[in-house]
Design a protein around this ligand. Structure first.
Ligand SMILES: NC(=O)c1ccc[n+]([C@@H]2O[C@H](COP(=O)([O-])OP(=O)(O)OC[C@H]3O[C@@H](n4cnc5c(N)ncnc54)[C@H](OP(=O)(O)O)[C@@H]3O)[C@@H](O)[C@H]2O)c1
Length: 337
């Protein structure tokens, strides 16, 4: 396994981060724990979850697996706060001091640990001054509950504002950003990624396989595979339908020969491309099964040549995305609550 520094921190993280969004949800606890064990055995030392994944169940399963492994102190454990945690309480969500501190305590309990290595703000919230959010996070660092802080799906200006406020107030700054980034959606290359490189942020892309679209298992005019995310979520999560368009199949069909030429899966090619993109620290994989984890791990060994990069650029030019409907991934416009 290869390790890289997480932004300007002194911390080394594996080039794959294990995302735990499926664990305790679509993946049963026993299989989830086996996947976490296997990932650690393979050298992954970076694990990402969130309070909101299955409303705390992902953190519980992840915490239990790390406790049983006896290797918690070797892991860079990341979690997030922002999403709604109770339906009947207006304060049970967002980036307020109150919610951040309450949820940090709850995450520590669910994860069965007394510190979080990387505590991330899951989405920006412009209705709350960034000062309040940063002060709460800084207090958690000073109290020894959190080591580093990060952001997710922020815009460039919001991150630069957070640096300026942190400097002005003498607070700890965000050390990394977690953006959506994969071959079908290269928008962060326009402005966000150069900004993150300039200011020394770690970059940990989410959905590097476009939620499974870049694995090659979805075929034009064919039924969606049994148990797949797009099959399972088609009715309950209608916005994903807008990604399932002809332009997506055009790209995937264009990528297939590149993977075949290397005798690897399309998922491995797509993941390796993301790992090797300039500025990227560690894409977050989201295996639902052990077989998927094994396949994902193979990407670490794959080399991406200049010719491969040029072939990808010809299918999806730098800075562009395949379907305008991916805009939904950036969440509500930052000026809206
Ligand atoms: N910050 C944020 O807002 C945010 C948002 C989303 C995710 N995340 C983080 O990023 C992590 C990864 O996100 P993601 O799950 O969307 O990542 P992804 O790698 O784009 O998609 C993973 C999904 O693709 C399918 N898959 C993976 N490998 C496969 C293979 N070899 N063959 C066939 N299918 C395969 C599986 O879905 P099926 O088998 O079910 O089809 C799997 O759950 C999450 O766990 C979470 O930690 C963060």
């Amino acid at each position: 396994m290869e390790y890289r520094p997480l932004g300007r921190t002194g911390m080394q993280v594996s080039v794959l981060c294990l995302g735990c969004m499926m664990f305790g949800g679509r993946t049963e606890p026993d299989e989830s724990m086996a996947i976490i064990d296997r990932a650690i055995d393979a050298g992954i030392n970076f694990v990402d979850t969130a309070n909101v994944y299955s409303r705390g169940r992902s953190e519980e399963v992840t915490g239990e697996a790390l406790k049983r492994s006896g290797k918690r102190d070797r892991i860079v454990l990341a979690t997030k706060v922002h999403g709604r945690m109770a339906d009947d309480d207006p304060n049970a969500q967002g980036n307020s001091r109150r919610h951040i501190i309450a949820q940090c305590e709850a995450s520590l309990r669910r994860l069965q640990t007394d510190y979080i290595d990387l505590y991330q703000i899951h989405r920006p919230q412009s209705s709350i001054p960034i000062d309040e959010t940063l002060r709460a996070l800084d207090d958690l660092i000073r109290a020894g509950k959190v080591r580093y802080i990060g952001a997710s799906t922020f815009t460039g200006w919001q991150l630069v504002e957070s640096l300026w406020v942190a400097k002005e107030l003498g607070l700890n700054r965000f050390v990394c950003e977690q953006p959506p980034y994969h071959i079908l959606d290269r928008r962060i290359e326009r402005e966000l990624l150069p900004m993150l490189q300039t200011y020394g942020f770690g970059v940990i892309p989410w959905s590097p396989l476009a939620a499974g679209l870049l694995t090659g298992k979805y075929q034009r005019n064919q039924p969606k595979p049994e148990g797949s995310r797009f099959g399972a979520m088609w009715e309950s999560w209608p916005h994903i339908r807008s990604r399932y368009v002809d332009t997506f199949f055009d790209v995937v069909e264009g990528l297939a020969p590149l993977a075949e030429a290397k005798d690897i899966t399309l998922a491995q090619f797509s993941l390796a491309w993301c790992i090797r993109q300039p500025g990227v620290t560690s894409p977050i994989i989201g295996p639902r099964t052990m077989t998927q984890l094994e396949d994902n791990l193979g990407a670490v060994e794959v080399e991406i040549s200049d010719e491969d990069r040029a072939a990808v650029d010809a299918l999806v030019p730098p800075g562009l995305m395949v379907s305008p409907f991916y805009e939904a991934d950036f969440g509500p416009h930052p000026h809206r609550v």
